[in-house]
Design a protein around this ligand. Structure first.
Ligand SMILES: NC(=O)c1ccc[n+]([C@@H]2O[C@H](COP(=O)([O-])OP(=O)(O)OC[C@H]3O[C@@H](n4cnc5c(N)ncnc54)[C@H](OP(=O)(O)O)[C@@H]3O)[C@@H](O)[C@H]2O)c1
Length: 257
């Protein structure tokens, strides 16, 4: 896909992988609808997207949270059932199109059975599964109407294998893998692509509340940066029309997982 002039919705754009993917897509000339709950973070990302010579337009959102520089920002809880449709509407209103949906918002609740916070686990199910499924269906229905588009979801290495104390998180990512694979089969032969990116350990805010960072827990020295994952997302999006890339796994080189 030639990315210049395309429009992308990015969920989970207020930090980490989503924020960096926004910056990289902006440099490719992609117009952006960025969503998350932390308004200050979204504004900062949107300003970075407006600060170089990419192709983004300014836009507004009915949350009154439009940035003045480059991208439309929508401050919203992704688990609100109306959010996915609202994001699509914002993209169409601001740019007249929606070509890419990066279904990336996610949280992580892990721990041994004795300690795990079951409410946090169920919240994770709603963010990582329910909201991602709703976003996927809104995106694919739109792509079917327009004849093409690309849905990429952020799965994980733990969407293909399980780790100790993270079974519920793995379950959420296995669910996204299953949904994506089934959609890919359903849409084979069309101009709609559906893929998962599967990162290993990445330095982002997702572990910010952990007493000991998993990098130290696992004795690793160099893990992934958001830039590494964003580069994969851009690579997948830039494949020619005859190529499907259902999944792309990226891990720290020293990770024996
Ligand atoms: N970091 C890793 O090691 C790793 C590895 C494999 C896969 N992943 C996956 O990568 C994706 C991005 O995570 P990250 O590592 O970049 O962490 P991050 O920096 O914490 O980003 C998570 C994003 O999800 C958003 N989000 C969470 N709950 C939300 C809600 N209820 N409503 C709206 N937005 C919500 C956050 O926005 P707000 O806080 O502003 O709401 C934030 O923008 C997730 O799906 C995660 O599971 C991460």
């Amino acid at each position: 896909m030639d990315l210049k002039g395309k429009t992308a919705i990015i969920t989970g754009a207020s930090s980490g992988i989503g924020a960096e993917t926004a910056r990289q897509l902006h440099r490719k000339g992609v117009r952006l609808v960025l969503t998350g709950q932390r308004e200050a973070n979204l504004r900062a990302v949107a300003e970075q997207c407006g600060s170089d010579s990419g192709g983004s337009d300014s836009g507004g959102s009915d949350s009154g949270a439009a940035d003045s520089a480059g991208a439309v920002i929508v401050v919203a809880d992704i688990t609100d059932p109306g959010t996915p449709a609202r994001l699509l509407e914002e993209a169409l209103t601001a740019t007249g199109r929606c070509d890419i949906v990066f279904n990336n918002a996610g949280i992580l609740a892990a721990g041994p059975i004795e300690d795990i916070d079951i409410d946090a686990v169920c919240r994770m199910m709603r963010v990582n599964v329910e909201a991602a499924v709703r976003m996927a269906y809104v995106a694919v229905k739109h792509f079917k109407r327009t004849g093409g588009g690309y849905l990429i979801s952020t799965s994980s290495v733990l969407g293909t294998k399980v780790g100790l104390n993270s079974g519920a998180y793995s379950a959420t990512k296995f669910a996204i893998e299953a949904l994506s694979e089934s959609l890919r089969m359903e849409l084979a032969g069309t101009d709609i692509r559906v893929s998962c990116v599967e990162p290993g350990l990445v330095m982002t805010d997702i572990h910010r509340d952990w007493e000991v960072h998993p990098r130290e827990l696992r004795g690793m020295t160099k893990v992934l940066e958001p830039e590494d994952v964003a580069r994969c997302v851009v690579f997948m999006l830039e494949q020619p029309a005859h190529v499907a890339m259902p999944r792309l796994m990226i891990t720290p080189a020293e990770d024996a997982i």
